[in-house]
Design a protein around this ligand. Structure first.
Ligand SMILES: NC(=O)c1ccc[n+]([C@@H]2O[C@H](COP(=O)([O-])OP(=O)(O)OC[C@H]3O[C@@H](n4cnc5c(N)ncnc54)[C@H](OP(=O)(O)O)[C@@H]3O)[C@@H](O)[C@H]2O)c1
Length: 269
């Protein structure tokens, strides 16, 4: 396993789910960590887990719903004299429900988190990476990036942005040594669906059909280290994305709607 001692990885969303597992991957590869999420308590507890790898861990609490948070984060990291060699933009949220029945302020916060903060963090840290001609960025997109998502319309659209943005930047970076990769998980067993108010969606009806966040993170990290442009995690998800390229978007949207609807509850039970 290639080791990255004396290098730093910054992982947003490192306290739970896929981000936690990605931070673990980075720690296993010898990276020191800057871990970011909102909950100070969760950051402290995760820092303890990651310290077991014999690395430095710096927890930084930030709410990336706030428009100024990305620049604050960059400035705090620079203020500590740390160069980020690996940026993992993982923090993201969704909101379940018919668009017009959701809270528009929450949807706009999700756009801020999933799109604007991710873009700003990429901008600040990528400039430094290009100046050094060294560095890697993993953008956590989704299979939702390829599929219109009724009942999670804004979320899917934000993930389409992440994939398009990443693919364009990969082209802009082609004459540099900086690597950028998009990770596209499918439905994964994390706290995401609780936060999104999607606990009753068919998407989460059968946990055995959901991906394991540790496997998703492994797939993403390996793709990044191998310099791949993007990776869809899991065979079933690869099939779904491949099929989406040949079926009309209206058919794709209807399929996602059926998969996302509320679970059928037996009235007699
Ligand atoms: N689960 C899935 O099925 C799935 C599928 C495809 C893609 N993804 C993507 O994977 C990424 C991680 O999601 P997950 O499934 O691992 O969800 P998760 O278990 O809910 O983890 C989300 C992480 O992001 C942090 N976070 C949330 N809101 C934040 C904010 N405003 N500012 C800073 N940090 C924030 C959370 O910590 P705090 O709450 O303490 O801030 C937590 O560490 C997201 O980008 C998601 O879109 C997930």
């Amino acid at each position: 396993m290639e080791q990255h001692q004396n290098q730093y990885a910054l992982v947003t969303g490192a306290t739970s789910g896929i981000g936690y597992e990605l931070a673990k991957q980075a720690a296993e590869h010898g990276y020191n960590l800057v871990i970011v999420a909102r909950s100070q308590d969760a950051l402290q507890s995760c820092a303890k887990d990651f310290l077991k790898y014999g690395i430095n861990v710096i927890p930084l609490a930030k709410d990336l719903f706030n428009p100024g948070a990305a620049l604050e984060l960059y400035n705090e990291v620079k203020g500590k004299g740390i160069e980020i060699n690996l940026l993992i933009n993982d923090a993201g949220q969704g909101q379940y429900g018919l668009f017009i029945e959701t809270d528009i302020n929450r949807q706009l916060e999700i756009i801020q988190l999933n799109i604007a903060s991710l873009t700003a963090l990429t901008y600040y840290f990528l400039k430094d990476m290009v100046a050094r001609n060294e560095g890697r960025i993993l953008q956590v997109a989704s299979i939702a990036s390829n599929l219109p998502g009724p009942l999670q319309a804004v979320y899917h659209a934000t993930k389409a942005y992440v994939l398009s943005f990443t693919e364009a930047l990969i082209n802009e970076l082609k004459d540099t040594e900086v690597i950028m990769t998009a990770l596209q998980p499918g439905v994964t067993d994390t706290d995401f669906f609780d936060k999104a108010g999607a606990q009753n969606s068919k998407l989460v009806e059968d946990p055995s059909k959901m991906s394991d966040p540790a496997q998703v993170a492994k797939d993403g990290f390996e793709a990044l280290m191998a310099g791949k442009d993007k990776v869809v995690s899991g065979f079933k998800n690869k099939m779904m994305v491949s099929m989406s390229h040949v079926t009309p978007d209206s058919v794709n949207a209807e399929r996602i709607r059926k998969m996302s609807e509320e679970q059928d509850h037996d009235e007699n039970s």
